[in-house]
Design a protein around this ligand. Structure first.
Ligand SMILES: Nc1ncnc2c1ncn2[C@@H]1O[C@H](COP(=O)(O)OP(=O)(O)OP(=O)(O)O)[C@@H](O)[C@H]1O
Ligand SMILES: [Mg+2]
Length: 146
């Protein structure tokens, strides 16, 4: 079954049951949960597994926002708005429109490859009512991970 806009996976998820349970627990308690680790260790796959299993807990929807192709922070709002079908009507900054859209909704956003945009964490945490689940390889701020 495909949940939200999560891509279908064509291989079985192996192991990591404790990690899935722990991340789900954290999502119930925190506004922002970040998965970090070395390249290719399975952060995205773990996040997608958690997201797919969490649909009932997030009746507002489960959405994947892949930031891998972003070249500047200002484009993140555009991608997120496109994913969430929030129209940029020009009356208010797009980030404010996004915050208004998310306010009162229990939405799980999976922000993949966002380690390049650590600076956004604070603004998302303060403006969104529900937590995003983010995942990215750890890199010092300012260096791309993908
Ligand atoms: N638990 C798992 N079961 C089955 N396949 C897995 C599992 N974890 C990771 N994989 C597979 O391993 C590959 C790498 O995983 P993934 O893309 O999630 O790593 P990543 O840490 O997000 O990498 P990057 O740092 O490049 O973003 C993918 O093909 C993924 O489907
Ligand atoms: Mg990844």
């Amino acid at each position: 079954m495909i949940v939200g806009n999560l891509a279908a996976t064509f291989t079985s998820f192996v192991g990591r049951r404790e990690e899935v349970a722990e991340v789900r627990r954290l999502l119930g308690a925190a506004r922002l949960v970040t998965l970090t680790g070395a390249d290719g260790m399975g952060k995205t796959r773990l996040a997608l597994e958690v997201a797919a299993a969490s649909a009932k807990a997030f009746p507002g929807g489960v959405r994947l926002v892949d930031l891998a192709s972003m070249h500047e922070p200002s484009a993140v709002a555009d991608v997120a708005a496109g994913t969430l079908a929030v129209a940029d009507v020009g009356t208010r900054p797009l980030v404010e429109l996004l915050a208004a859209h998310l306010s009162g909704r229990r939405v799980l956003l999976v922000l993949d490859n966002w380690s390049i945009w650590w600076g956004l964490a604070r603004s998302w945490r303060s403006s969104c009512c529900r937590p995003p689940l983010s995942c990215g390889s750890w890199r010092p701020p300012g260096r791309r991970s993908v």
